[in-house]
Design a protein around this ligand. Structure first.
Ligand SMILES: NC(=O)c1ccc[n+]([C@@H]2O[C@H](COP(=O)([O-])OP(=O)(O)OC[C@H]3O[C@@H](n4cnc5c(N)ncnc54)[C@H](O)[C@@H]3O)[C@@H](O)[C@H]2O)c1
Length: 256
């Protein structure tokens, strides 16, 4: 029997990048997948790819900055799962590299709406469903930028730091319902988001600070998410797992 047979997962931001890698790995291990994403065209392509693994897949058009749309996406995913939702991986998010003094009100507000409020709305809707079922796994995708104070990450890092605290409080409040809530803190991962956000200088600075001396892959982040989503991870709760090639652990770091 496959690990996730009979289970249904909602993956926000699942059309591409880290979210899609999670969707694919869960599908390979037997889960049915609902993807919630803004990008409807890319979502359809992702759905087709998931179906090649024998998974049932559903696309839900979703803007996570809307509380109503998050509630509706969880309802749709749960109906697709025969009335239950076992897993939420909340990967939808946007990035911003902007010096603190140059960050506009609009950029700050957008980052909070999408990256922090989006996590709150999706986790709340999923948590309510999971509470009534007495089982659930929630994984939020935070960032090393929510742990360490990187240059240009006043808005992004503050939102991701909020996601980490949200994760911890939910872990405490939902534990009694059989629901675990954990966060991943990816470092630099090769995705479309990073292609837009990281200049050549940023890439150079990152490489110097990463003991593994390379960017990570979406698949490497997904493997960690899949563990946290599994029934076997029942006693892992409120944890923030860095998937960062050693970035957060490093102090003195000699490199050629
Ligand atoms: N790539 C990295 O290096 C990295 C590092 C740390 C954390 N993260 C986080 O991981 C998550 C996924 O990042 P990624 O690199 O896969 O990004 P990506 O840009 O490749 O994919 C993000 C997906 O989210 C969707 N999305 C964006 N805004 C949305 C909204 N308002 N509602 C619904 N969907 C929306 C996009 O359409 C896209 O499909 C994000 O939360 C990001 O902050 C990424």
């Amino acid at each position: 029997m496959q690990t996730f047979e009979g289970q249904t997962a909602l993956i926000t931001g699942g059309a591409r990048g880290i979210g899609f890698a999670v969707a694919r790995q869960l599908a390979e291990q037997g889960a049915h997948i609902a993807i919630g994403d803004l990008d409807v065209d890319q979502m359809k392509i992702a759905k087709g790819q998931l179906e090649t693994y024998g998974a049932k897949a559903l696309c839900v058009s979703l803007d996570v900055s809307s509380s109503q749309q998050c509630d509706a996406a969880v309802e749709a995913a749960s109906a697709f799962g025969g009335g239950k939702l076992d897993i939420l991986v909340h990967s939808a998010g946007i990035g911003l590299e902007r010096a603190f003094l140059d960050t506009s009100d609009e950029e700050w507000a957008r980052m909070m709406d999408v990256d922090l409020s989006g996590a709150f709305y999706c986790c709340r809707a999923a948590g309510r469903k999971m509470k009534s079922a007495g089982y659930g796994r929630i994984v939020t995708i935070a960032s090393t930028a929510g742990v360490a104070g990187g240059t240009g990450r006043a808005a992004y890092g503050s939102a991701k730091s909020g996601v980490i605290m949200l994760t911890r409080v939910l872990a405490v409040e939902l534990a009694t319902y059989g629901v675990t809530v954990n966060a991943l803190a990816p470092g630099a991962i090769e995705t479309d988001l990073v292609a837009k956000m990281h200049s050549e200088t940023t890439r150079l600075v990152y490489r110097r600070a990463i003991p593994a001396d390379r960017y990570g892959t979406p698949e490497e982040v997904a493997a960690a998410a899949v563990f946290l989503c599994s029934p076997a991870a029942a006693y892992v709760n409120g944890h923030v797992l860095a998937v960062d090639g050693g970035f957060l652990a490093a102090g003195v770091l000699h490199k050629e």
